[in-house]
Design a protein around this ligand. Sequence first.
Ligand code: PLP
Length: 372
Amino acid sequence: MKVPLLDLQAQYSTIKNEVQQAIDAVLASQNFILGGQVEELEARMSHFCKAKAAIGVASGTDALLLSLMALDIGKGDEVITTPYTFFATVGSIVRLGATPVFVDIDPKTFNIDPAKIEEKITPRTRAIIPVHLFGQVADMDAILGLARRYNIAIVEDAAQALGAVYKGQVAGSIGDLGILSFYPSKNLGAYGDAGMVLTNNEELAEKVSILRVHGSKTRYYHTMVGINSRLDTLQAAILLVKLNYIDQWRQRRREIARLYDKDLQNTPVTCPYVCKQNDSVYTYYVIRTKGRDTLKDYLTEAGIGTAVYYPLPMHMQECLRYLNYREGSMPEAEGASRETLAIPLYPEITEEQRGYVVENIKRFFSSKFSSR
Ligand SMILES: *Cc1c(COP(=O)(O)O)cnc(C)c1O
């Protein structure tokens, strides 16, 4: 049996006709840049995420960059974030000439450890970027408390947590700004690159929407130096179709996660830990175990897709060597990068496929221990 990590074909086959109609409508209009579908998507996402404004941009990476630009972050500024994330979180800080300052993670949730943030705050600290990794919101109350006390902005990286809930609040609407990614493998994936900025602050919303069109509000008159980063009308049309299914898919992901939790509880693997105040969307179902690489090879051999998010924490990346972190300076992030493994979870996975994954994980451990 083959069980891919994610089966986008399976999802496409369930919505094919609707998607094709949506694409045809855009083709008929030939209105490819900031067409009506972009505005409609922005309105619906703003409602769905309980944020006053939603601004469609070209990618999650650009959403981070534009958020930091809207906060006027640049040379000499420090931005606190986690080393255990996708590179875009950190790349956007560096691109603007600012300095990323890393704070180690909580080994249970894999999110930034708020207890370790305060010691890293300096007079240059301008923002904190908590990343809601794998679908679970970071400990926002603690982070908001610090941000208020020191007058620091918060940009939530909710690229993996669209629709996740923390104490009744939706991911991306809790900080000053929040970003979403519609990269195909995220829980609401476009058919190409796309992203969004969320905010409840009108001034910041206005700034982001000007910055995404070269810094001009009136065409050909530029009040700021922006970039070209718009969400394609075609992508918006596709996302509007998929948004109709998000609740149903979110529910399915949770059910599958529950079943994995139950089936794997008496094995040596640690299942995702979700805090009581959180409702995770399980964009990725990530287990943790010693001997991760051997398990990964074993599952690959059995036709099961897996992924390591992420094999090398940010503070150890070659391009960031100038920051002078060393191996050992972020022990929890380093430990997680050696022991975590994402296993197949997507709304269309069959019970037979899921059972096959569980069976193989169990077989791996029994064969390993019996051979000793
Ligand atoms: C995917 C992702 C991004 C970047 O999103 P893109 O749309 O691929 O540019 C940023 N941060 C995190 C945590 C992500 O997972």
